[in-house]
Design a protein around this ligand. Structure first.
Ligand SMILES: C[S@@+](CC[C@H](N)C(=O)[O-])C[C@H]1O[C@@H](n2cnc3c(N)ncnc32)[C@H](O)[C@@H]1O
Length: 300
């Protein structure tokens, strides 16, 4: 940005760009911050400052993408989740604030316990797995996804956001179909979490979500009620819980009762749902029978 005596040819003031770009103010300010290096404070202090050249071109191209419906996070290339700046792109779902409820639930179940075996099924950008690894330095976190491109991005996020020993060591990534991706079929977990695909095949909202991967939204078991992958995941994951361990799933706003029934049908106990900030039942969880003992890996 340059300070102007009068507008130079091919340049526009910050104020004029904000007025003309056709975006909600918060989105326009985010583009100015990331593409023109202008903080909100400097926009307020110098609305007369000029935008020109490559910066103006980049802002115009980015605004056009957002106006066309592309998520701002893809245009910026990142989204904050649990206070961590995750890289995102069209190969992964944009992490949603509601999903932080799963992380909160997980931390509540782990309590002060530092050591635990935790599994994130359908990790996408790595949001849940990385947030947990960040909060519990000694938890052994594993993450699964059916998309190799998503896993590559998740690994990259872990590399950037976690200490080197953490990203490469106790955090492990597996490519494949739900529990079938894990190398050891006998392994059990203290906590299994998932934000799986749960959008029904013909849901009218899919049009608005068209920039995000269909595998993340509808999954490979597309069906009318959106529960195809949740049914399979509960069936596969329930027997892999240690005694007293919890399985928690995010789901659609009208799926809580059905998901609780699936959890109970798989022999799990204390099925209940948690509401998000909008009061919507967003996460359902249940635990394996028995009492949680110390992890077999716990340090003496
Ligand atoms: C709704 S997204 C959640 C992404 C991330 N956990 C989040 O909360 O932002 C679901 C993820 O599950 C993955 N997925 C879909 N079907 C799968 C399957 N059968 N096995 C493993 N992962 C699958 C998708 O690739 C996608 O990354």
């Amino acid at each position: 940005m340059t300070q102007a005596c009068g507008p130079a040819a091919g340049s526009v003031s910050v104020q004029a760009w904000l007025g003309d770009c056709g975006l909600p103010r918060a989105d326009a300010l985010a583009l100015l911050r990331d593409l023109a290096g202008l903080s909100h404070a400097s926009v307020l202090a110098h609305p007369e400052g000029l935008l020109a050249g490559d910066t103006l071109q980049a802002l115009r191209r980015a605004a056009e993408r957002v106006r066309a419906g592309e998520p701002l996070a893809y245009v910026l290339g990142w989204r904050e989740f649990w206070g961590l700046r995750l890289r995102v792109g069209p190969q992964v779902l944009v992490p949603r604030p509601e999903t932080e409820l799963l992380v909160e639930f997980a931390l509540g179940r782990l309590g002060a316990r530092q050591e635990a075996d935790v599994l994130d099924l359908g990790t996408g950008s790595g949001a849940i797995a990385i947030a947990l690894a960040h909060e519990r330095a000694h938890a052994r976190v594993q993450a699964v996804d059916a998309s190799a491109d998503a896993l590559a991005l998740a690994r990259d996020n872990a590399r950037r956001l976690l200490p080197p020993t953490r990203a490469g060591g106790a955090l492990r990534w597996h490519l494949g179909d739900w529990m079938g991706a894990l190398p050891n079929p006998d392994e059990r977990f203290d906590l299994i979490l998932s934000n799986p695909p749960y959008v029904a095949e013909h849901d009218e909202h899919l049009q608005a979500l068209r920039f995000e991967p269909l595998l993340a939204l509808v999954g490979a078991r597309a069906c009318d009620d959106g529960l195809g992958d949740i049914r399979e995941l509960v069936r596969q994951a329930a027997p892999r819980l240690r005694a007293g361990a919890w399985l928690a799933l995010e789901h659609g706003h009208d799926q809580a009762a059905a998901v609780r029934a699936l959890l109970e049908g798989a022999g799990l106990l204390d099925a209940h749902s948690l509401r998000d900030l909008a009061g919507i039942e967003r996460v359902s969880a249940a635990r394996a029978p028995g009492h949680a003992g110390p992890s077999p890996h716990a340090r003496a």
